[in-house]
Design a protein around this ligand. Structure first.
Ligand code: ISL
Ligand code: CA
Length: 533
């Protein structure tokens, strides 16, 4: 059995986890000081969002040196110490691998400006039209054009994300060789694997214009193409030398595409992050929100459970708003927080838990754009302004979907700086930290934190919760129920995604409920989660 089928993986957004030196920025020594927290939670691995050298246009997803630690996060010695100290607690370290693009500060890019340099073809360079037209009509992920003119080279370069994130050109085999060396560098240091950023976009088949779409015009020229599969199989050869693990972040992936990316026989990735269940409260892109529809969400989860034998499961990450206000209920904060925990830790697959989720952290309480940091939010505001959308409406759209919702500092205690820093935090701390914080929840046996710990232990105890098959039972308007089965053992989970009582046909001996009760008769209280044997 692969270790990652038994593990819970915990995502750390280093900037917001724990500051150790009072500069207001989370760092690696801070992470080391909190390893006991992760061990208590029973996690088998941590995935670190990028800690490489970066000018931080996109908080580390714009890398300027893959072999250096950004000084604000610490030193290479700190990183080595983190890997060692985590290991001594049975925790593996997974790095974020961002290889679709580099920062325009990377020396590859700087050299690439010179057409005679060996790096000249490391990126997608193209000429525009005679009348100042861009090389094609594609549009980017962050709401801006995806071409930028470089006065030195007198050409445009492609950037699907921010202007300072230039897309690497994998038609040039030297680029892949560079990436292989980077993999070896980190695997030699003892990292267990990689979370591969937007990995299904690597290969662009041509730079031709496409049919205009509402967003992301050009997508068909780079979404999960055969060229990408070839690259992944080559990377796998290096990864296999170290028995390393990979999870791909794969935007717009369908189950069919996912099978081609992480099927056991493919020799590519081990699993992928699907986005479909995160789209149940939006029209096409996240800026167009609609009411969350639980049944659509259940059906989507069931579809993915059926179509893939194994995959990553998640409800939060650093790009998504928090899960309780989104899929749960503010009024039933604790109950729905525990219900979502139950879902995450009892469906089949590897659960990924995002920092703060284990204490039920909520979306930010900012009231104006000035308080945000995210490049995406700022760009989208510019676009909306271009369409003369009034300020109030712009803020409403941005506040609901901004990635900064999940990026506010971790709430360790109820102090004014939440135990995150002694200085001025890089991003505001949620004022609810007096009520929602780890220290308070450690004291309270009934807290979300203790529920996560308890379920994590239950999962370790019962093989059926990790390896059992998934049998859907009920996907109604309120109730999601399923059974896990393994060699005669079975466990049933029933979840009420509503603020009203609900009926389920599930019966059995009560193993857990997020309400105090002795037995179970089929009536679920508001946002109740039960596990039955
Ligand atoms: O959040 C999104 C936009 O609304 C997603 O489309 C996101 O941009 C996409 O999932 C890619 O995300 C990853 O690559 C980005 C980086 O900004 C994200 O933080 C990262 O998770 C570019 O490297
Ligand atoms: Ca710091």
């Amino acid at each position: 059995m692969e270790w990652w089928k038994d593990a819970i993986i915990y995502q750390i957004y280093p900037r917001s986890f724990q500051d150790s030196n009072g500069d207001g920025i989370g760092d690696i020594p801070g992470i080391i000081s909190r390893l006991d927290h992760l061990q208590e939670l029973g996690v088998g691995a941590v995935w670190l969002s990028p800690v490489y050298k970066s000018p931080n246009a996109d908080n580390g997803y714009d890398i300027s040196d893959y072999r250096e630690i950004n000084p604000e996060y610490g030193t290479m010695e700190d990183m080595e110490q983190l890997i060692a100290e985590a290991k001594s607690r049975g925790i593996r370290v997974i790095m974020d691998l961002v290889i679709n693009h580099t920062s325009t500060d990377h020396y590859w890019f700087r050299s690439s400006r010179d057409r005679t340099s060996p790096y000249a073809d490391y990126y997608y360079w193209a000429r525009g039209g005679a009348n100042g037209e861009l090389p094609n009509n594609w549009t980017g992920f962050f709401g801006e054009d995806c071409w930028e003119f470089d006065p030195e080279r007198c050409e445009y370069y492609l950037h699907l994300f921010a202007r300072s994130q230039a897309d690497l050109n994998y038609h040039n085999p030297a680029v892949l060789e560079e990436v292989k060396d980077i993999l070896r560098f980190w695997l030699e240091k003892g990292v267990a694997g990689f979370r591969c950023d937007v990995i299904n976009l690597l290969w662009k088949d041509s730079l031709e214009s496409s049919k205009k779409r509402l967003a992301l015009t050009g997508l068909e020229h780079y979404l999960s193409l055969e060229g990408t599969h070839g690259i992944l199989r080559q990377l796998r050869e290096v990864l296999d030398e170290y028995n390393a693990f990979t999870v791909g972040e794969t935007v717009f992936v369908t189950p069919e595409m996912a099978r081609d990316l992480c099927g056991r026989d493919r020799g590519e990735l081990d699993m992928v992050f699907s986005f479909q269940h995160m789209e149940c409260d939006q029209y096409f892109i996240k800026w167009f929100k609609r009411k969350f529809r639980p049944q659509v969400f259940f059906d989507c989860l069931v579809k993915w459970q059926k179509e893939l034998d194994w995959n990553a499961v998640y409800l939060e990450n650093h790009d998504q708003p928090r899960s309780i206000p989104r899929f749960g209920s503010k009024a039933y904060w604790k109950e729905s927080g525990k219900l979502l925990a139950t879902l995450l830790l009892t469906v089949r697959g590897t659960p990924f838990l995002y920092q703060g989720q284990e204490i039920g952290m909520m979306d930010f309480d900012f009231t104006r754009l000035r308080q945000l940091n995210d490049v995406e939010s700022k760009n989208v505001d510019k676009v909306l302004r271009r369409y003369h959308i009034p300020r109030k409406l712009r803020w409403k759209i941005i506040a609901r979907s901004s990635r900064d919702n999940a990026r506010t500092p971790f709430q360790w205690d109820g102090g004014p700086k939440a135990g995150f820093t002694g200085g001025r935090p890089w991003l505001g701390i949620n004022s609810n930290c007096a009520e929602i914080n780890l220290a308070a929840q450690e004291e309270d046996p009934d807290s979300i934190w203790n529920w996560y710990k308890d379920l994590s232990a239950l999962r370790r105890e019962h093989t059926v919760l990790r390896q059992g098959s998934f049998v859907p039972l009920e996907t109604g308007r309120q109730v999601f129920a399923y059974r896990r089965e393994l060699a005669g053992e079975s466990m049933t989970v029933a979840l009420n995604f509503s603020g009203q009582n609900a009926q389920t046909a599930c019966r059995g001996t009560l193993v857990r409920s997020n309400y105090p009760r002795n037995g179970f008769d089929g009536t679920l209280r508001p946002w109740e989660a039960v596990i039955l044997a």
